[in-house]
Ligand binder design. Structure first.
Ligand code: GLU
Length: 428
């Protein structure tokens, strides 16, 4: 990716092409799976609080629905691009396939910065997004969920708009809803917990004890916070965490040698996962540059922010102590950095396996919504743990059998499942 701007869609296609070649996929299946099935781009005009109008750009991209309705989150981000959404939609197809749930892959987005939008303006944006694509949404077509800078409140506004237009209750149409309004217990922590379930298994395979391990985490949003929560509750120590500083428009890393205090950090963090720099410094945290999270002497690195974070420029900073990289974010590692990590003998737990806990719990949420009967948190998390652990071992065994990186093994399993579904349906 050097010398040219990072393009996540090109990266997702490069990863796909590599595995399609190794699997010997026929040309038609490759053509079908290396690009999204359907793409919708639209404008959402909103009346702002000062009575002016602003027009936002929205997307929904459905990559593949051979194994079930499309599934994937919606992001609100000022740097959102159609190629980012394409890549994320594609990765959702592989994610639902690798954990073997009956769903396909899709993703949505709006180019906006929610920091600058009032709750009413955000509500209007959510309702406008649904109105524009109502025909392609629904529990049996395409089911959105939260992602970067969207929450259960946004999901409920979207569901309410969907139900108001269709004139019926359809709780399976959106996941990540609030508890008591069709949401599932355990959903909010599911992505971060899922990351640590697979880290736990992977460390066990390496003969390491999680309670003796240290980690450094990039990001302090939903995924990072719950990954830290479970890592610490298993007895591990998180030495550093980074977060976005909206005022300075840059990332910043916070380090404490005895380990970060999650409760204390949460109390100085806003709803976007941005830790207050001054408060953290007053509380005794060392304040370091944004990339410092990757340069820590720890056992495990857990990137939980955005794509393109472990790349040619940053990968050299990884210390010799690091044994594992667990991708909580989607697409954090570029193929160039992947190669370096593999050469160093570091085990990389790939994004669409490691962070599949969120969509797996979304699937449980749909199941519960359809039954109109809700499980306890312990039941949900036990089912999640089983699903993640099973998926981890399928990938790990394939990686060992073929002596390939875990990302390649995960891709082989996922692509083979999706290709088979397309074939059985008679599409290719
Ligand atoms: N946005 C999450 C992801 O990237 C969850 C998707 C979902 O629950 O549909 O996996």
């Amino acid at each position: 990716m050097s010398g040219e701007a990072f393009n996540p869609y090109r990266m997702a296609q490069q990863q796909f092409d590599n595995i399609a070649g190794q699997l010997g996929l026929d040309e038609a299946t490759r053509q079908l799976l290396r690009a999204p099935d359907k793409e919708i781009r639209f404008s959402i005009p909103i009346r702002m609080d000062d009575d002016s109008f602003q027009v936002f750009r929205g997307f929904r991209i459905q990559h593949n629905c051979a194994r079930g309705p499309c599934k994937g989150g919606i992001r609100f981000h000022p740097q959102e691009t159609v190629d980012t959404v394409r890549a994320l939609a594609m990765w959702m197809t592989w994610k639902t396939a690798v954990v073997d749930i009956p769903l396909g892959g899709g993703k949505g987005g709006v180019i906006c910065d929610p920091h600058n939008l009032s709750p009413r303006e955000q509500e209007a944006l959510c309702r406008g997004w649904v109105r524009k694509i109502i025909d392609i949404l629904g529990p049996d077509k395409d089911v959105p969920a939260p992602d970067v800078m969207t929450s259960s409140q946004h999901m409920l506004w979207m569901l309410d708009e969907y139900e108001s237009i269709t004139g019926r209750r359809a709780p399976g149409a959106i996941t990540g809803k609030p508890i008591g309004l069709g949401g599932s217990l355990g959903r909010v922590e599911s992505t971060g917990y899922g990351v640590v379930y697979v880290v736990r298994e992977a460390l066990g395979e390496l003969g390491m004890r999680l309670e003796e391990c240290t980690a450094s985490v990039q990001g302090f949003g939903n995924v990072a916070q719950y990954a830290i929560e479970l890592f610490q509750s298993y007895g591990g120590t998180v030495l550093a965490v980074s977060s976005w500083d909206q005022k300075q428009q840059s990332a910043v890393t916070f380090r404490r040698k005895e380990g970060v205090d999650l409760k204390q950090l949460r109390a100085m963090t806003n709803s976007y996962g941005e830790i207050n720099r001054e408060k953290a410094s007053d509380a005794g945290y060392e304040v370091l540059p944004g990339d410092a999270w990757i340069e820590q002497e720890v056992d495990v690195l857990i990137p939980c922010a955005l794509e393109n974070q472990v790349n040619r420029d940053t990968v050299g900073g990884i210390k010799g102590s690091v044994r594992m990289v667990a991708e909580g974010a989607n697409g954090p590692t570029t193929p160039a950095a992947d190669a370096v990590i593999h050469e160093k003998g570091i085990r990389l737990l790939p994004d669409f396996l490691a962070n599949a806990g969120g969509v797996t719990c979304s699937y449980f949420e749909q199941v519960q919504s359809n039954m109109n009967y809700f499980w306890t948190r312990d039941e949900v998390l036990a089912k999640l743990d089983t699903k993640m652990t099973d998926a981890y071992y399928s990938v790990s065994q394939m990686a060992q059998r073929r002596s390939i990186p875990m990302r390649d093994a995960a891709y082989m399993i996922a692509i083979a499942r999706v290709a088979e579904a397309c074939k059985l349906r008679g599409w290719v």
